[in-house]
Design a binder for this molecule. Structure first.
Ligand SMILES: [Zn+2]
Length: 336
């Protein structure tokens, strides 16, 4: 069975010294301090250590063979978004990362699909880069759950979403710039509490802001099984019903109506929760994801799904069909 992992991160082995070049900021650079490993540095601060499987496409393909997974959808690491950079510098970073992803996809067309990144801080430049991504054969983009603390319902982002719909470019929403980050750094809470909340923030913003209503053909995928959104939808819907004066001010449609219209990935680490989400979304709206190569991810690439005794069609939907539909790609492209 074809397996496509649509949530994986990659970074070029070498990055320009953007902080020096631009003359400000804490852009990420890599210090290759030993064979097969590098330290990601944010300015002078250590961010995280990464291994060669974070940048080497051949090593990644070998590792994926162990999990019988042929195709990886690659996107940058969210810390690279650079939404706080000056717009033209944000564009330069995006172009560099997108060229790298496009090169890998061109070299290994049966193993890699790319997602781009765009400078969301400037709608004109973001749309300019969307057009270039189209030429580079990149079928989607990854964006943050908020943009410099602005919710995705903000009017300034609407033209970007509109362009995505027009250009047939899919969107993956990844939690980043987590709310409450500095007040809960202990216990890794930004990742454990902030990320699921951020994804729900993004889903609620796109729904209540009327973005999904106004752009019905926009194909959006929310990371980490939609974060807190689906598990707390009862509360969200109740809020919509009991206080429409606060909630239903920009879109009169019940948030539950959008289930099965967007996609979510399978990263729950919990078969009971995945079953719950399956009941809400349907199998053709859940895409196999892992968050490879990072330790918080499902690094056995959906092995637990195979142990759930689901119908073969359901597994096939999650493993490939849902992602192919989300990215509007043809299965034959990946068959030998
Ligand atoms: Zn991720």
């Amino acid at each position: 069975m074809l397996k496509i992992d649509m949530h994986t991160h990659i970074i070029p082995e070498h990055l320009p010294k953007w902080t020096e070049k631009f003359g400000y900021g804490d852009f990420i650079h890599l210090q290759h301090h030993k064979e097969g490993a590098a330290m990601m540095m944010k300015g002078t601060k250590f961010f995280r250590e990464i291994q060669a499987n974070c940048w080497d496409p051949a090593i990644r393909i070998e590792e994926y063979k162990k999990h019988e997974t042929q195709v990886q959808v690659i996107s940058t690491i969210p810390v690279m978004f650079s939404y706080d950079a000056k717009p033209k510098d944000g564009l330069e970073v995006s172009e560099y990362l997108n060229d790298h992803v496009a090169d890998i996809c061109a070299k290994y067309p049966k193993n890699y699909i790319g997602l781009g990144t765009v400078p969301m801080q400037d709608e004109e430049l973001a749309i300019q880069e969307l057009h270039r991504l189209k030429e580079l054969n990149i079928p989607g983009i990854q964006i943050g759950s908020n943009i410099n603390d602005k919710n995705l319902s903000s009017d300034r982002f609407f033209p970007i979403f509109q362009a995505c719909q027009e250009l047939d470019i899919a969107i993956m929403i990844h939690p980043w710039n987590m709310m409450g980050f500095h007040s809960m750094e202990r216990y890794w809470l930004p990742w454990l509490v902030g990320m699921p909340a951020e994804t729900s923030r993004a889903a609620c913003s796109l729904i209540f802001g009327g973005v999904l209503e106004r752009l019905p053909k926009l194909r959006v995928n929310f990371s980490h099984a939609g974060g807190a959104f689906i598990p707390t939808l009862g509360r969200i819907e109740h809020g919509f019903n009991c206080r429409p004066d606060l909630v239903a001010i920009d879109n009169p449609v019940n948030p539950r109506e959008y289930l099965g219209k967007f996609w979510v990935d399978s990263i729950t680490h919990d078969p009971v929760l995945l079953k719950f989400i399956l009941e809400h979304q349907g199998s053709n709206r859940i895409t196999l994801g892992s968050d490879y190569p990072f330790p918080l991810g499902d690094l056995e690439i959906g092995a637990y799904i195979e142990e759930m005794e689901l119908e073969e069609k359901v597994v096939e939907d999650i493993f490939c069909n849902a992602t192919l539909e989300w990215l509007n790609l043809d299965k034959s492209q990946f068959e030998n």
